[in-house]
Design a protein around this ligand. Structure first.
Ligand SMILES: C[S@@+](CC[C@H](N)C(=O)[O-])C[C@H]1O[C@@H](n2cnc3c(N)ncnc32)[C@H](O)[C@@H]1O
Length: 279
């Protein structure tokens, strides 16, 4: 159906959490020279104009990245690389452009790394292809990202950072995503997977947790940042990430960063940082 456009939500509190974690985990994995496959299952266009009608309509970036940039110098370790990348994209003091996950990944990649970006929306795929043109070892794939996730595991590099960032447009997406992650993990249990989810209906998040347990997935840390308490009414109150095989430094970094983030973003909902599934 593809009615979702991320341009309305770029730079929101959910993006901030997701992108900071991606950058932190990538930098950790890059401490070893061995090459990494970056796989982005739902990549979007890669770069967002914060002056666009979409961004202006919701103003979500003002409540997200807009609130953090003035405090970037004091940011905890989880956020420092990410905020520095946003600053470098905008120049000192400004905030007119926001990096999507593919832009961040391309900025993080080393000579030996490789990236595969899946994006189905024709307009976003065209924007992303233009952004990635002339980039070495970057492939934009206009096909389903969940199939791509399964197909690419295990990668020849034997090291992978996979971002799973669907828009969950229909209720059945939750089960489909959980099944795809489980299949990918079974094919490559040593990979690092960052799996984003919205908190709209807590029962759907719980169902994904049940699916992970049933699949035998281990070593999963969860970080969740909610702007307001769970509610039976419609609307997203927060978001979270399941991080499968996180760096050993991640729990401490996430625990330290969440209160800082909540304070700067004015979040008034639950904050969670903890192991969901043990080793
Ligand atoms: C939440 S946005 C991605 C944002 C991006 N990961 C970022 O952080 O900048 C989800 C994207 O997935 C795309 N999409 C939807 N279904 C897809 C599918 N089955 N495979 C690949 N992309 C899909 C949408 O067009 C949308 O651009």
């Amino acid at each position: 159906m593809l009615s979702y456009r991320h341009g309305f939500h770029a730079g929101s509190h959910a993006d901030v959490l997701k992108h900071a974690v991606c950058a932190f985990v990538a930098r950790y994995l890059q401490q070893k020279d061995a090459p990494i496959l970056f796989l982005d299952t739902h990549a979007g266009p890669g770069l967002y104009d914060l002056g666009s009608p979409e961004a202006e309509k919701t103003g979500e970036y003002r409540e997200g990245i807009g609130r953090l940039m003035p405090h970037a110098a004091d940011a905890p370790a989880l956020l420092s690389d990410y905020l520095e990348m946003v600053r470098s994209l905008n120049g000192d003091g400004g905030l007119h452009t926001y990096p999507g996950s593919p832009w961040l990944i391309m900025a993080l990649m080393r000579e030996q790394d490789r990236a595969v970006f899946h994006e189905l929306h024709p307009t976003d795929e065209a924007s992303l292809s233009a952004l990635a043109r002339r980039r070495h070892r970057v492939h934009v794939d206009k096909s389903d990202g969940l199939r791509g996730l399964i197909a690419h595991m295990p990668p020849p590099e034997r090291r992978a950072l996979c971002l799973i960032d669907p828009s969950y447009e229909i209720k059945t997406d939750y089960a489909l995503v959980a099944a795809a992650v489980a299949r990918a993990w079974k094919k490559f249990p040593g990979g690092t997977y960052i799996w984003w989810y919205p908190v709209i209906d807590r029962a759907r998040v719980r169902a994904m947790e049940v699916a992970m347990r049933a699949a035998g997935i281990r070593k999963t840390y969860r970080v969740e940042l909610c702007m307001s308490p769970d509610t039976p009414e419609r609307g997203m109150t927060g978001s979270g990430l399941f991080v499968l095989n996180p760096p050993f430094t991640f729990p401490d970094a996430a625990t330290a960063a969440l209160p800082w983030l909540a304070d700067k973003l004015g979040a008034a909902g639950p904050l969670t940082a903890g192991w969901l599934l043990p080793e």
